[in-house]
Design a protein. Structure first.
Length: 122
C-alpha cells in the first residue's frame, strides 16, 4: 500500500508576506503563525493546516484569465452567503475580475498580490 499523504501546508509567493497574511487572516479568521517575518508569514487552522506567504524578489502577479503570467494555483473557499462574503472581501482589498465563468455556482476574486481564488456556496 502506498504511503498516505496529508496536506499540511500551502505557500504562496508574493512581494509583501505580512500584508498578504493580514488580508487572508481578516478574510478567514485563521490565526497568525508564530515567527512571521517580512520574508515569510503564515496562518494556521485548528486542524494544523498552514498557509504560508513567502517574499519573492521581482514578484510578478498572475493575470487572470489571461496567461501572460499564469495563476499556477489558486485557493477555493466555501461560504454560507456569497454576497456577504463578496462584500467583505472587496472591503478588505480583493479584486473581482470582470470575467466570471462560474455563473451562480462560484465567483472568482484576486487577493491583493494578484492570486486568483474562488468562493463557492456551501
Amino acid at each position: 500500500m502506498p504511503p498516505q499523504l496529508k496536506l499540511t501546508a500551502i505557500t504562496l509567493d508574493c512581494s509583501d508576506p505580512l500584508a498578504l497574511a493580514a488580508f487572508y487572516q481578516k478574510a478567514t479568521g485563521l490565526a497568525p503563525a508564530q515567527g512571521s517575518t517580512a520574508d515569510f508569514a503564515g496562518l494556521t487552522r485548528e486542524d494544523g493546516l498552514f498557509i504560508g506567504f513567502q517574499r519573492v524578489d521581482d514578484y510578478r502577479a498572475p493575470h487572470w484569465p489571461e496567461q501572460a503570467v499564469p495563476q499556477q494555483s489558486h485557493l477555493d473557499f466555501a461560504v454560507d452567503d456569497l454576497d456577504e462574503a463578496e462584500a467583505l472581501l472587496l472591503e478588505l482589498g480583493a479584486g473581482k475580475p470582470e470575467y466570471q465563468p462560474g455563473g451562480d455556482r462560484w465567483r472568482v476574486f484576486t487577493d491583493p498580490a494578484g492570486h486568483p481564488f474562488c468562493l463557492t456556496g456551501s
